[in-house]
Each structure stands twice: as structure tokens, then as C-alpha cells.
Design a protein around this ligand. Structure first.
Ligand code: HEM
Length: 386
């Protein structure tokens, strides 16, 4: 499936789908009035690393306290952002099993629960704007230099569009930055190859505003700032934790152009085409600039060669993730089996080659890999902050 051309089509225009999606103003306008008016979180409301989920809770599309069931996550992300049911089901079910009680989970979390406590099995390094856990001692902070880097990539506010082309460059910058500054950087099979790419592609695919003129979406400076909870004058931008807001007059992507798992895979391939390292597992070995790749063939006990993983990174990542669940959760397979079948049906369109067993032993090379945790941790010796 080819949804976009692979070369930029001019500054500010972005990567257009080959067939522009339809635009239906009344169906795509998102209500931010009445009960969906922006309501900032109170001190007891959970808000975490994910700007999309924070915005949904701030507008009462998710429970305002930031703890929601799988069904509530699927309903809100599909209706408000146009996420495909398959992708929404996979992301929210996996989180509820791994970092919740199997039914619901927190968008903030604490030690070993919720997004904040899931470092190393869901939450990950080299995120767009949020801090690497062992570089900063927290995974909750928006690093202003990271925001400024992205923001500055489209200097002209009148034509700015943070499209996939811009995000691919930024993605590669952040990957390099984690190698250079985080001694415990890990780019894991699921968190790196799948979640980490989502954190970048979602910025344009879900936050862009849509119109009859630009049915494929444009993400300008003001909309980016609103979704990322950044405000203030250009020379003094400020981040307010947890205040992510859906802008007024914001139109989601078309229902007929839902961002599904196969669509997401085409975006991952667009990223890996520019940097093959993004389709390989790897890590720093305890010091900065000590990055090593880890062979997919060894990790999957021969099921996927490095070429197979590069050709189908999402299959490798999602197959690997499912096999990790019994070990990571300690749950018996009878308890896991309904959840595994939900995950399996979500990924069925990809027709993935199965992985029968995983071999984690090569990950012993990665001192950061065994340090599952968050939301806070000691800063690693040798970490460089900016
Ligand atoms: C059920 C659906 C979702 C789940 C389970 C989820 C989960 C997560 C997790 C675990 C992270 C941390 C990733 C990392 O460490 O890099 C994250 C980050 C992120 N999410 Fe979500 N998310 C969901 C939906 C969305 C939606 C709808 C959007 C866009 C509107 C979104 C945008 C982002 C962005 C941009 C980041 C990166 C934040 C940063 O570092 O700057 N997510 N999400």
C-alpha cells in the first residue's frame, strides 16, 4: 500500500496522500464547547507524557481524572482523532495489560503502573519532546531545547507545516541526540521500533488541522503549541505541564482516511528509508556514543532476519511485543489469551509472519534494558543534559 509520495512536495505542503481524502466540515469539526470545553487538570488528575491523551482528558473525551478503560480509549481516540480501531485497540489493550489492571490504566501512573511507570516496556527513549528517563532523572518533563529544535524547523509562521517530512528529520536528530547524550539509551523491539515512531508520526497524522483547501491536513505553529501545551510570546515560550488543548475550529482527519495499523506501517517505512538504523534494535552500552545494533534473527530465534525486520518493522515489533507479555506481566496464559486474541485480530491486516519464541539474551548488552521503571530514576553517570 502506498499512501504518500516519498519525496517532499515543496516547503510547507508536506507529503500528500496520493488520493486526497474527502473533507466534510460538519463531520470533522471537534466540539470544544459545553461539556467538552477545555478544563485544566486539578492536582489529583493524572496527566502524563502523551499529549493526545492529556488533551482528550482536558476536554472530557476521556474521564477527567486521567484513568480510562480500554473501551473509553478506543472510543475517544477514534472519534476525536480518527485513529483506526485496530491501532487504538492495540495501543490501549497493550497498555491496560502491561501497565494497568487488564481493563483500565492511567495516562500518568507511578512506579510500574500507567504510562509514566512503563519505561522500558512502553514509554521509551528518544521521544520527540519528553525527557529520556536516565538522561534527566524523569520521563515526565518537556525539554524546551527539543521543542525549540522542532519549532525552529519551520521558521515562517505563514507557511509552517510540521508534516512527515519535517518530522522524519527531527526523528533522526532525536535518535542521534539520545546516542550522544544518554548512556543508557535503549531502542527496543516494541518501544523503539513501534512506539517511538508513533510518537513522531502522530504529531502530524493526528494534530494537523483539516480543511476543504487542505483535506490531507496542515499542522501550523499555533496548533502545534496548543496540543503541546506551549504558550507565551515567541521569545519566551513556556510549557505548562498537563494543559494540552484541542484548538477552536479544529477539524480532525476524515473518517474515511482513518490512521490504521497498515497506514502507520507505511509511515514507519518512510522513516526507515532515510535511516536504516531505525528498523534495527540497539542500545548504548553504558556510555554515550557506544551504540550497538542487536540482530533481529537472534532476538526472534530465527523467525525474522534483519532484512525481514527492515521490510516489515511493525510486524517484528508487534509479534515480539505479544510474546513478551507473559514474561513481563507474570500472568498465566489462560488469563492472557482473550487479550492476546484481541491484539492478534488488531494486527491481522498486516499478515505478519509469527515469532514463536523470543530470545532476550542479546539485550544483556544494554544496561538500560533491564531498568524497567519510571517516572523518576537516578541520572546515569555521563549523561549530558541540554
Ligand atoms: C490509546 C491511544 C494512545 C496510547 C496508548 C498512547 C500512548 C503513548 C505513550 C506510551 C507515549 C510515550 C512514548 C514515548 O516515550 O516516546 C506517548 C507519547 C506520545 N503520544 Fe500518545 N498514545 C495514544 C494516543 C495518542 C494520540 C491520539 C496522539 C495525538 C493526538 C498521541 C500523540 C503522542 C505524542 C506526540 C507523543 C510524544 C510526546 C513527546 O515526547 O513529545 N498519542 N503516547
Amino acid at each position: 500500500m502506498k499512501r504518500q509520495s516519498s519525496s517532499p512536495q515543496g516547503s510547507g505542503v508536506g507529503l500528500l496522500p496520493l488520493v486526497p481524502p474527502p473533507f466534510d466540515a460538519s463531520a470533522q469539526l471537534i466540539d470544544v464547547s459545553g461539556k467538552h470545553a477545555f478544563t485544566p487538570p486539578s492536582a489529583s488528575d493524572a496527566r502524563g507524557q502523551c499529549p493526545g491523551l492529556n488533551a482528550l482528558a482536558n476536554h472530557n473525551y476521556l474521564p477527567h481524572n486521567g484513568v480510562a478503560t480500554i473501551a473509553q480509549f478506543v472510543d475517544a481516540t477514534t472519534k476525536v482523532f480518527g485513529m483506526g480501531v485496530d491501532l487504538a485497540t492495540f495501543l490501549s489493550t497493550y497498555g491496560a495489560v502491561l501497565d494497568g489492571n487488564g481493563l483500565s490504566w492511567s495516562i500518568k501512573g507511578g512506579e510500574h503502573v500507567g504510562i509514566g511507570g512503563s519505561h522500558g516496556n512502553y514509554e521509551t527513549d528518544s521521544s520527540p519532546l519528553k525527557s529520556d528517563l536516565f538522561q534527566y532523572g524523569t520521563n515526565q518533563k518537556l525539554v524546551m531545547s527539543q521543542f525549540n529544535k522542532l519549532y525552529g524547523m519551520q521558521p515562517d509562521a505563514s507557511t509552517a507545516n510540521y508534516n512527515l517530512d519535517v518530522l522524519r528529520t527531527f526523528r533522526n536528530d532525536r535518535f542521534t541526540e539520545s546516542i550522544e547524550k544518554n548512556p543508557l539509551f535503549v531502542y527496543g523491539p516494541f518501544e523503539g521500533m513501534a512506539v517511538s515512531q508513533a510518537a513522531f508520526t502522530f504529531i502530524y497524522r493526528f494534530m494537523a488541522n483539516h480543511s476543504a483547501e487542505y483535506p490531507e491536513g496542515v499542522l501550523n505553529k499555533d496548533v502545534l503549541k496548543s496540543f503541546m501545551s506551549i504558550s507565551g510570546p515567541e521569545n519566551n515560550l513556556v510549557w505548562t505541564p498537563g494543559y494540552e488543548q484541542i484548538p477552536a475550529n479544529w477539524y480532525r482527519r476524515s473518517e474515511l482516511d482513518a490512521y490504521t495499523i497498515p497506514y502507520f506501517e507505511t509511515d514507519i517505512l518512510y522513516f526507515t528509508e532515510s535511516n536504516p538504523q531505525l528498523s534495527l534494535v540497539g542500545c548504548n552500552e553504558g556510555t554515550v556514543n557506544s551504540y550497538q545494533n542487536i540482530d533481529a534473527g537472534t532476538l526472534s530465534n530465527g523467525a525474522y532476519s534483519a532484512q525481514d525486520a527492515a521490510a516489515n518493522p511493525l510486524c517484528f515489533a508487534l509479534e515480539f511485543a505479544q510474546l513478551e507479555l507473559p514474561g513481563l506481566t507474570g500472568l498465566a496464559s489462560t488469563l492472557l489469551s482473550p487479550l492476546l486474541s484481541a491484539l492478534n485480530s488488531a494486527t491481522s491486516a498486516l499478515k505478519c509472519k509469527p515469532i514463536v519464541s523470543v530470545n532476550n539474551s542479546p539485550l544483556a548488552l544494554c544496561p538500560g534494558y533491564s531498568l524497567y521503571g519510571g517516572p523518576t530514576a537516578p541520572v546515569a553517570p555521563g549523561a549530558i543534559q541540554s
